[in-house]
Design a protein around this ligand. Sequence first.
Ligand code: FAD
Length: 361
Amino acid sequence: MESGPRPLAKLAITGGGRCNLTNSFEGVDSLEAVYPRGFNFMKRALKEFSAADTVRWFENAGLPLVEQDDHRIFPASQNAMDVVNTLLAALQGVRMECNAKVSDPLGEDADFYVVCTGGGKGMEILRNLPVETEAAVPSLFSFNLSDGPDGGRSAVCSMMGLSVEARLSIPATRLSAEGPLLITDWGFSGPAAIGLSSYAARFLASKQYRSALLVNWTAQDEESIRTALKSCRVESPRRLVSSVNPFSLPGRLWQYLCDKSGMRSTQTWAELGNKGLNRLAATVGSDEYYINGKTRFRDEFVTCGGVSLASLDMRTLESRNRPGLYFAGEVLDVDALTGGFNLQAAWTTAYIVSKSIINSL
Ligand SMILES: Cc1cc2nc3c(=O)[nH]c(=O)nc-3n(C[C@H](O)[C@H](O)[C@H](O)COP(=O)(O)OP(=O)(O)OC[C@H]3O[C@@H](n4cnc5c(N)ncnc54)[C@H](O)[C@@H]3O)c2cc1C
């Protein structure tokens, strides 16, 4: 039963129309880093149906896949419609109804009920079911920035298009994320911002998407930043601070950080006293911004929250309150960073539910 006019319409637009259907998980040291919600469950679930099983399943179904250097896996054709059509071909003989919104699933007469209505509005169906839920909030978004709670658009936005390896963190919390940070015309995007939006999804929702934000433009620790700045002072005393950039940051960004630290345009490294060096180190390592709203990340977004895993039998994903009622996909309180991990969770949980039902027959 599909409420929309076509089945798998969302799958057709995933991965910017290319469908990043899984990830090899190479370089993923801890599942907690990619599944902020549900990592313990996913640890066991992936043993049932792993990324390798996904690859095998699609290739056996006649769809060649490719792994990119960043370990994300796509159809070799780079066309999400080929993933959709492969699944539809496997569903031949299955009765499917479109334009068929279900509001009271248990009202239908059936032996088994599988709820896989996705995130966002799809979670409305949970109101009519005997199941515990975790509050649903968005994840995977970009940050709108202002200069302070009441300030206008942050000056950093004038450098839109620049991308640097950075670490973002929310002060007075342990929430942080590292990776390429993209400056946009409204704020920050790119893997570091999108990653932090996932780790901090609940925190930021509780603050109405208004919070202080720190940027470490080098992703190095404070001591290394100070050591690098001190070396410049010793090695290039006569040169302008703005012309010697020890962190290989884009020239425009280095100039911006020097200005923000109060450097005069004629200031040389020799003239940079300890106070000035400390100011520059603080701007490079803990540059302050203010998150003032969010913007949907256009390539991928997902709902954090949904059916509480504690209310399900973790081996079967069957409701503890209502035998015969199963849940799979994004409707569960499992969500991930970008990179194919969300679709992998959907394949894995769908497999577990299918196997549970078959085993119970
Ligand atoms: C733009 C975008 C790009 C993405 N790209 C990627 C990517 O490349 N890789 C990745 O891993 N993840 C990606 N994701 C996340 C991924 O799409 C989801 O995690 C995944 O689709 C979840 O699958 P699902 O079957 O649980 O839910 P969905 O794919 O959302 O499917 C649920 C279906 O249920 C239907 N439905 C809802 N309520 C009802 C109802 N009451 N009655 C009947 N039908 C109903 C909906 O119409 C929908 O078709 C992307 C998400 C978005 C929005």
